[in-house]
Write a protein that binds this ligand. Structure first.
Ligand code: MN
Length: 239
């Protein structure tokens, strides 16, 4: 399978720094295997950025063809943050989300996921969520206690039930059999808290150049308020 990817990250309009990280940091193309993902760090002062950057560095340290599955990569990131905190106790409490894709030569992809960053699949004009958010509110929706509409404005919608760096963690993995023409989006909640799925779909499916599409999403999130750091990675699967 041929893959083409583009990524971007932006501080947004309110936050004093960008605690998100993205991998790879530059656009490219290849036949796979390759890795792409986003991480959204948390934990005061510089710790959030350290956590997200360290997590993606560790998860992608071994090359994509090393035979390491995506869940083990996410777990390695979790351990790396915990080790860093035991060396530097002033960083205690730092953590990060991670949504990481491992794309194979044969056109399959596995997505490892912890937290409220997301992976979406655009196929034949339909946008579907590949990952489920690990938030209190998403779990309430799943249990049928509140509606999707209530969730959108719930005061605790950012409260995570899982993140990397704070202890042992369960990694969700999703497997995808990609088709030529599929487009995958990885993004932090700075995008999805500003734009709904319909708005995201309209931009993703606008037929614009890949790199331009990344920045159209980021600009739209900023135009809608830009209250958080915004990070986007798009991967196109082609013939
Ligand atoms: Mn965020």
């Amino acid at each position: 399978m041929r893959y083409v990817w583009a990524t971007g990250t932006h501080q947004g309009r309110i936050r004093e720094r960008n605690e998100d990280s993205v991998f790879p940091e530059t656009s490219g193309a290849g036949d796979g295997p390759f890795l792409a993902g986003v991480a959204d760090g948390m934990g005061g002062h510089v710790a959030g950025n350290i956590a997200s950057a360290l997590a993606l560095t560790m998860a992608t340290e071994e090359p994509a063809d090393a035979g390491i599955d995506v869940a083990d990569r996410v777990l390695a990131a979790n351990q790396a943050i915990r080790d860093r905190v035991s060396d530097e106790p002033n960083l205690a409490g730092m953590g990060t989300t991670m949504t990481l894709g491992l794309f194979s030569e044969d056109g399959s992809a596995t997505i490892g996921h912890v937290g409220d960053s997301r992976c979406y699949l655009l196929r034949d004009g339909n946008l579907e969520r590949v990952t489920s958010d690990h938030t209190v509110v998403a779990e309430l929706v799943e249990l049928g206690h509140i509606s999707d509409e209530d969730a959108e404005f719930h005061p605790q919608r950012h409260l995570l039930t899982r993140s990397l760096g704070l202890g042992p963690v369960k990694v969700d993995t999703e497997w995808l059999d990609l088709e030529a023409g599929d487009r995958l989006l990885f993004c932090s909640d700075g995008l999805t808290s500003m734009l709904n799925d319909r708005e995201i779909k309209a931009i993703l499916d606008s037929g614009s150049d890949l790199e331009a599409t990344v920045w159209m999403l980021i600009e739209a999130a900023n135009a809608a308020g830009g209250i958080d750091n915004i990070t986007v990675a798009i991967v196109d699967a082609g013939p």
